[in-house]
Design a protein around this ligand. Structure first.
Ligand code: FDA
Length: 579
């Protein structure tokens, strides 16, 4: 006899996408149930770079400080080093992840949060613990097998892997957060573009005290240009710091047409020795696994009542550190929409904006991450390291850059430039923060798109234009200093205005739906002592911004409007899918 378990939202998967979907839904009071295949959360470090936008999401969901407490801080992340091995020659460094002084200023100006390095096996418990504490039901060792849907809901069949039996779960919505081999996405027939299995890679997790080779140039990533490093993989050999400076993860490529190597301890040790370059250091191999570089994204993220998030809909290599970040941000985009549709505030049309807003982001990051792999080739080219040659020839080429010749000087220039160009992988602040949404859940204000004044991949450009995330500025409330972003979120809409904006405040209070109101100006609840908000808001004191629960501007009006009530009501009808 098949048992039927019921919930509002069934989530398949407890990775960053599923765990954060559960956390956001439980925070908003939406009943949800997570099923996950294995007996535990991620047991290897996997994704780690955690960008400012993700930290803002976690701040809104109330777990930012737990992540900060466990993560490696930003200042220990940033000397991305290119070398022949950790003990070998250093070829150059990139100040990365916001550690270049100029980029650091941009990070500080952009957000109340800091980027950090939070390995996935530490991140998942923070998200899942908070979700469960707020009401999420979690079933380990429960495998999603299939689903059907009708006008009222979704019925999923799952297998209890402990007992071996199958049963059904009935939900109003299903979120497929089941990773890069998503069965939910494939069962839902989501159309995919791109290609899987572009190149082969091996992850080797190990313990070794590498303080002597790393503490003086603290970094999350050390790239190794050794013989064989251009075969498969992600552009070069990689030694990644998991915990400074004793836990590590190596990424090393293999020829995908030849198949993955036999992952014996001896094989893992040989790769570690090659990349560390010091055989006297004791090494303990913890685990090895093979994976492929993918370049695939879904054109559509949903089908009826089934929504997919995370790697289920964007599959790409770890370059730029976007996997877990984008997964968490997908979930955050979807959760408030599900909440408003489930409680009857919004019509189901609101959910169409999920694909419209997130699919372009997914496609962009898949393309960016794969391009970053290709952009490592010039580093090898500068050392003449891509042409077939013996290891001795490669070492000779590398040594030749020290010669006092014109040719060697040219080589030094090329190497410097090729390494500096890697900012597009290690300092792409614009990729992290410049999302601009276009959908029915955004109401254009008729202003022309100003475009970007500087390279949109490298530099964040704040904007209050509908579709952009609310700009961050430090404001005050009494003795408290807070970010404008701290005034929004928590599952509700927020209207921001200034002195003379009472018409907007009254209009917001008169709507059927809860809208928090924030008045910023001298003598108001919030003040702008530095004038930062006035410089960033792009409206006058009497104007208004309506900000969605996810911090994105939905509506902007430059000044007071006699028909503020009607304008807001009309805006909400459109956003909420009642128009
Ligand atoms: P994720 O794959 O994290 O989670 C999927 C979840 O679904 C898991 O809980 C899984 O058990 C569950 N699941 C799958 N099928 C199921 C089913 N049928 N029924 C029930 N549950 C099911 N990224 C990076 O930036 N640097 C790195 O070094 C690595 N390394 C790495 C190693 C390994 C081994 C993997 C698998 C992945 C990486 N990644 C990575 C990628 C990174 O982990 C990835 O981008 C994010 O975890 C994506 O988060 P999701 O939640 O979308 O999927």
């Amino acid at each position: 006899v098949s048992t039927v378990v019921e919930t509002d939202v069934l989530i398949v998967g407890s990775g960053p996408a599923g765990a954060s979907a559960a956390l956001a839904l439980s925070t908003y009071g939406v009943p949800n149930l997570v099923v996950t295949r294995y007996a535990s959360l991620a047991d290897t470090p996997r994704a780690h770079i955690t960008n400012q936008r993700t930290m803002e999401v976690l701040r809104d969901l109330g777990v930012e400080q737990e992540v900060v407490a466990q993560a490696t801080p930003q200042h220990l992340m940033g000397n991305t080093t290119f070398c022949t091995s950790l003990a070998g020659e250093e070829l150059g460094r990139v100040r990365s992840w916001g550690n270049d002084p100029l980029v650091q200023a941009e990070h500080e100006l952009a957000s109340p949060t800091r980027m950090c390095d939070m390995p996935q096996h530490l991140m998942e418990p923070v998200l899942v613990d908070a979700a469960v504490a707020r009401g999420t039901r979690l079933r380990f060792e429960t495998e999603y097998l299939s689903h059907t849907q009708d006008a009222d809901g979704v019925t999923a069949t799952v297998r209890d892997r402990l007992r071996g039996d199958t049963y059904e779960i009935r939900a109003k919505y299903l979120i497929g957060a089941d990773g890069g081999r998503s069965k939910v996405a494939s069962d839902a027939g989501l159309p995919m573009g791109g290609q899987m299995g572009v190149a082969g890679s091996v992850n080797i997790v190990f313990e070794a005290d590498l303080t002597r080779y790393t503490a003086h140039r603290p970094s999350t990533l050390y790239w190794v240009l050794a013989p064989g490093a251009t075969v498969g993989g992600i552009g070069a050999g990689l030694v990644r710091c998991v915990r400074p400076w004793t836990e590590w993860l190596i990424v090393w490529g293999y020829d995908v047409t030849a198949g993955a190597p036999d992952l014996t301890t001896a094989y893992a040790e040989s790769v570690v020795r090659k990349l560390v370059g010091d055989d006297d250091i004791p090494v303990t191999i913890k685990s090895s696994s093979a994976w492929t570089v993918n370049e695939m994204y879904a054109e559509r993220y949903s089908n009826g009542r089934v929504f997919c998030a995370g790697d289920a809909v964007h599959r790409h290599p770890p370059s730029n550190g976007l996997g877990s970040n984008t997964s968490i941000q997908d979930a955050y985009n979807l959760a408030w929409k599900l909440k408003l549709v489930l409680d009857g505030t919004a019509g189901p049309a609101l959910l169409d904006s999920y694909t419209a807003e997130r699919a372009p982001v997914g496609r962009q990051i898949v393309t960016r991450a794969n391009r970053s792999i290709r952009e490592t080739a010039p580093v090898f080219e500068a050392l003449d390291g891509l042409s077939p040659q013996t290891p001795e020839q490669l070492w000779a080429n590398i040594a030749a850059r020290k010669d006092a010749t014109e040719a060697a000087e040219k080589q030094r220039d090329r190497l410097r430039e090729a390494i500096a160009f890697k900012v597009y992988e290690f300092n792409a602040h614009g990729v992290d923060l410049n999302q601009r949404y276009t959908s029915h859940a955004i109401v254009p204000d008729g202003t022309p798109d100003p475009g970007f004044a500087r390279d949109p991949e490298l530099h964040h450009q704040p904007s209050s234009r509908p579709g952009a995330r609310l700009p961050h500025a430090w404001i005050t409330s009494g003795t408290r200093t807070l970010s404008t972003l701290d005034t929004v979120g928590r599952g509700r809409f927020t209207l921001l205005t200034g002195i003379g904006g009472e018409g907007w405040v009254r209009a917001a209070e008169a709507q059927d739906i809860e809208i928090a109101t924030v008045v910023i100006g001298p003598g108001q609840e919030f003040e702008d002592p530095y004038g930062d908000w006035a410089r960033l808001r792009e409206i006058t004191d009497t104007g208004a911004l309506l900000v969605r629960p996810d911090g994105f501007v939905a509506f902007r009006h430059a000044s007071a409007a006699p028909d503020a009530g009607e304008l807001l009501a009309d805006t909400l009808r459109r956003i909420l899918g009642h128009a």
